[in-house]
Design a protein around this ligand. Structure first.
Ligand SMILES: *Cc1c(COP(=O)(O)O)cnc(C)c1O
Length: 375
């Protein structure tokens, strides 16, 4: 019996073609035609001027902070309810993350708390240097409100769209709103390059700087000349070949993830006390992962973990929602602005198998198992 995984890679038919091309032409490294084509396709998809493909989403956030001049001691507002990779690069720079809780409509960074944190920081004598906004599980954050705050206080926004490739907010693609957007093509994401990421911006100076420092900050000279610290963060031409093939099927992958969400919702929404996260008006989610919440007035606390463990016995992988970063030991010294939302989500939520390669039978099996566990 095959295990039902949360979100496995789902390769199409043409990835191998582009990878073979790289081998045939010996464009194994550095960079090459697959990288150029992948970046061009991505910039067209997101409708942004330029994209730099990189070795990971985490590297992209690191470079985004560097490109914005973030340095030791600077304050960076981060979403608490997310994967730690969203905030780790702040630590690489010895800058200081301040964690902001989520609002209930999208589960992303709360604009009101964000503004409160900015006002407090300014009163204490230091304006935050950047805000990292996440579109969690593919659900767009409240960009109108957040962009307004960014403009009002003149603070740049980095959009962590690692989970939200193809998601839209008011008919614009996630990743294209902030001064800088970042994407991830890690193996569990909606499309993958086996490992990779990208940085997106309309600002040609930012792109120039990122291209430069992502490839060891080599100056043009007949010898190796470096005027600043460099990083080895570029995506290989082989991996970009996988990405080209994956981008061709992105549309189908999103359609399938949304179909899977609808299958779960149709069946499990009938059960009193289970709820789903709906799209607000103007919002289109790629539904990277389907998540459910158990109402703790109807279900005992810990039901999410009980369901997770029993699904595991049936060879079905599910996962608790992100443990908020303000609760993580590694960030224990960080300041946070809380409203209880992310703690609640962590206590009561569960991510269900959502990979686009899953069959209807596998989804139905998961649904039936959940029904049996909770009734
Ligand atoms: C996956 C992910 C990242 C990191 O991307 P990698 O490519 O794995 O380094 C960052 N932020 C969020 C929200 C993610 O889900």
């Amino acid at each position: 019996m095959d295990k039902i995984w949360l979100s496995s890679p789902h390769i199409g038919e043409r990835e191998m073609l582009y990878v073979s091309e790289a081998f045939k032409t010996n464009w194994i490294a550095p960079l090459g035609p697959n990288v150029d084509a992948f970046e061009k396709q991505l910039s067209q998809l997101l409708n942004v001027n330029e994209v730099v493909s990189l070795s990971s989403g985490t590297a992209a956030i690191h470079l985004a902070l560097l490109a914005l001049g973030i340095k030791a001691g600077d304050l960076v507002l981060c979403q608490s309810f997310t994967f730690a990779a969203s905030a780790f690069p702040v630590m690489y720079l010895n800058a200081e993350p301040i964690f902001i809780d989520s609002e209930k409509d999208s589960w992303n960074i709360d604009p009101e708390l964000t503004e409160k944190a900015i006002i407090d920081s300014i009163l204490k004598g230091k304006k935050p240097a950047a805000i990292i906004v996440v579109h969690l599980y593919g659900m767009p954050a409240k960009m109108n409100e957040l962009l307004k705050i960014g403009r009002k206080y003149d603070i740049p926004i980095i959009e962590d769209a690692a989970e939200a490739l193809g998601s839209e907010y008011n008919q614009r693609k996630c990743g294209s709103f902030g001064e800088i957007g970042i994407l991830s093509f890690n193996g569990n994401k909606i499309i993958t390059t086996s490992g990779g990421g990208a940085l997106v911006s309309n600002d040609s100076n930012i792109i120039k700087k990122v291209r430069h420092i992502s490839a060891q900050s080599k100056e043009s000279a007949p010898y190796y000349l470096h005027k600043e610290v460099g990083y080895n963060y570029r995506l290989s031409n082989v991996c970009a070949g996988i990405g080209r093939g994956q981008l061709e099927v992105l549309h189908d992958r999103i359609a399938r993830r949304r179909e899977i969400f609808n299958m779960y919702k149709e069946e499990l929404n009938k059960i009193e006390g289970i709820s789903f996260l709906d799209e607000a008006s103007g919002v289109f989610s790629n539904r990277w992962l389907t998540t459910i919440l158990f109402d703790n007035k109807i279900f005992k606390s810990g039901t999410n973990n009980k369901v997770r463990m029993e699904l595991e016995h049936q060879q079905i992988e599910s996962r608790l929602l992100w443990k908020p970063l303000h609760q993580q030991p590694v960030f224990e010294n960080a300041l946070s602005y809380l409203n209880g939302v992310s703690n609640d989500l962590f206590e009561n939520g569960l991510c269900l198998p959502s990979g686009s390669a899953l069959t209807n039978e596998q989804i139905l099996k998961t649904i039936n198992c959940i029904k049996k566990i909770i009734t």
